[in-house]
Design a protein around this ligand. Structure first.
Ligand code: FAD
Length: 521
């Protein structure tokens, strides 16, 4: 029979995909068998999971590219929209029947709804005479493989990371590449059951998820696996140093940047990653989240830079970056081990009863970037404009929302998912819960960032702030970090900028109290 590879919104590439490799191998083993790739657009899932229009648009743009790649390989690409989402397993299997398919293969998605869907597929497949199988692909080390001596999952990053490195050194094949699918023979194009699947029209938008800034997004985040590779190359080889905050992730203005620093961005990552005005991080997250590039490919690339040995830790740019890439694995492992985090629950169950404020006015101000704390506001405006935020900014605004404003972390989690192009459940939930102290941070709830000192440390010259807050462009020197306090009353009044919506000391004490006395106001 024929073989279907079912691609989903997190593994949108034909390169280095475990499931697709396996599907292609099965086809090679048989005579007259063809490979088909299936993609089901599921608006109900997007709604249930707060998918942003930008993320959906990024998916649609990527589908177009995948379609042309597959077309060159004579592989039919069936793209369809289906509702209700509970009927998707049945639909996929009916299609298998229609196409004479004996094997259905996919990569595992570890979130609860998705796992449940795939369990249904495996169970129902038998009555369609189909063998369904799902493989580990998304994370470098599959969830469940990094365990303590007594076989339990780790809840703290550092020991987990040491063990992750250990697993990788014992099973180096985990980071090696999968083969790209082999072409079908041309006869597939005249197969009466399959020929109609070539040239499916990819929709331009999904109803309810129309992307209002598509052309800007397209420029900033070009879709497809080739673009992803370019983003990675640009990070590994391109030079860092200039605040080119509006440049495409693929680094089209590389020449301009080369003048600024002799070192590559990867080499400088140890310091560059926390300087918010620098183009110091890779900006690969939209690509990794959609699976346009594999995390394995990232590690192989940095391994090449460090002469074939994978570095992890804090001693060099590549080591530091690989550690961050491993963070992506960590949160995937956390999610797979404690599925309650998928259901809106706190990782530390004791903190489920922390009393939060539900106040739309301050929530609105946070969302609009009008809190009166420049580093918070600049970060929020970057997020709103680019659908992406600097990692340091994410931590600062998340702490601010949950500790200074005492808003429920789920409000922030949702806001990011609904607006960002790189929304990834595990990393986003992990980041929010970490910041809110309901998550895996081993430090207690006393960790409360001071937005002013964060600003001085991570945007020392205030360039990032001035870039994103035009109303503060005229503010000179150190006042940029706290204009309300550091300018005279008259000077401050002239700026069209709000007073701080909450006082740091008051907020800090309130948060400490609420966490200490869980359940009390
Ligand atoms: P780089 O510094 O170049 O890192 C490379 C890659 O490593 C990233 O693309 C990402 O895949 C991974 N990575 C780095 N840091 C982390 C981390 N802390 N946790 C998990 N993976 C990491 N990341 C997302 O991909 N999607 C999200 O929705 C998301 N939401 C977040 C929410 C909060 C509150 C916080 C604090 C962090 C969140 N992160 C999220 C993690 C991190 O901020 C982003 O991955 C990073 O800023 C993306 O930029 P980059 O690709 O330039 O990162």
């Amino acid at each position: 029979g024929n073989v279907v590879f079912w691609m989903r919104m997190r593994d949108m590439r034909i390169e280095d995909s475990r499931g697709l490799e396996r599907a292609s191998q099965l086809v090679q083993e048989r005579k007259g068998s063809h490979l088909i790739v299936l993609y089901i657009i599921s608006p109900q899932d997007y709604l249930a999971h707060d998918r942003s229009p930008r993320r959906i648009d990024f998916m649609l743009r990527s589908l177009e590219q995948i379609q042309s790649q597959l077309d060159e390989l004579n592989i039919p690409f069936a793209v369809l929209t289906h509702e209700p989402r509970t009927a998707i397993p049945k639909k996929a299997l009916e299609l298998c029947k229609e196409w004479g398919v004996s094997n259905l293969i996919g990569n595992i998605e570890y979130e609860v709804d998705e796992l449940w869907r795939d369990v249904q597929v495996v169970e129902q497949a038998k009555s369609y005479d189909v063998h369904a199988e799902f493989l580990d692909d998304t994370y470098v080390v599959p969830p469940g493989r990094v365990l303590t001596k007594d076989g339990r999952p780790y809840s703290v990053f550092s020991p987990w990371n040491r063990n992750w490195v250990d697993v990788l050194s014992k099973t180096p094949q985990l980071i090696e590449s999968s083969e790209e699918p082999k072409a079908n023979d041309k006869s597939v194009r005249s197969d009466s059951k399959l020929k109609g699947l070539f040239g499916t029209k990819i929709p331009e938008s999904v109803k309810g998820f129309e992307c209002k800034d598509r052309s800007y997004m397209e420029k900033l985040w070009p879709a497809g696996s080739k673009a992803a590779q370019k983003v990675l190359d640009n990070f590994v080889r391109g030079k860092g140093g200039l605040p080119i905050l509006d440049a495409p992730a693929t680094g089209e203005d590389l020449d301009k940047v080369q003048a600024a620093s002799k070192e590559s961005r990867l080499g400088r990552y140890g310091t560059g990653r926390n300087l918010m005005s620098e183009n110091g991080a890779s900006r690969l997250s939209p690509y990794l989240s959609a699976g346009l590039i594999s995390a394995r490919q990232c590690l192989r690339t940095t391994r090449d830079v460090t002469k074939g040995k994978l570095q992890v830790g804090r001693d060099s740019g590549p080591a530091m970056w690989n550690t961050e890439v491993s963070f992506r694995d960590f949160y995937g492992h956390v999610l797979a081990a404690w599925p309650r985090v998928c259901m809106g629950r706190a990782y530390v169950t004791r903190y489920e009863d922390v009393v939060w404020e539900y106040d739309n006015e301050t929530l609105d101000k946070w969302q609009q970037g009008k809190t009166g704390y420049p580093i918070v506001d600049a970060s929020m405006r970057q997020g709103a404009k680019q659908g992406y935020m600097h990692n340091r900014g994410r931590m600062v605004v998340a702490m601010f929302l949950t500790k200074h404003l005492m808003h429920d972390w789920r409000e922030g989690e949702r806001w990011f998912m609904r607006n960002f192009i790189d929304g990834d459940f595990a990393s986003n939930n992990g980041g929010w819960q970490w910041s809110a102290s309901t998550g895996t941070d081993p430090q207690p709830y006393f960790r409360i960032f001071n937005p002013i000192s964060q600003s001085e440390k991570c945007d020392p010259q205030g360039e990032y702030i001035r870039h994103w807050l035009p109303e503060l462009r005229g503010v000179k020197g150190n006042a940029i970090h706290h204009p309300f306090e550091r300018l005279s009353k008259e000077e401050f009044k002239k700026l069209d900028y709000p007073e701080p919506i909450v006082e740091h000391k008051f907020a800090r004490e309130r948060a400490l109290r609420r966490f200490k006395n869980v359940g009390e106001k």
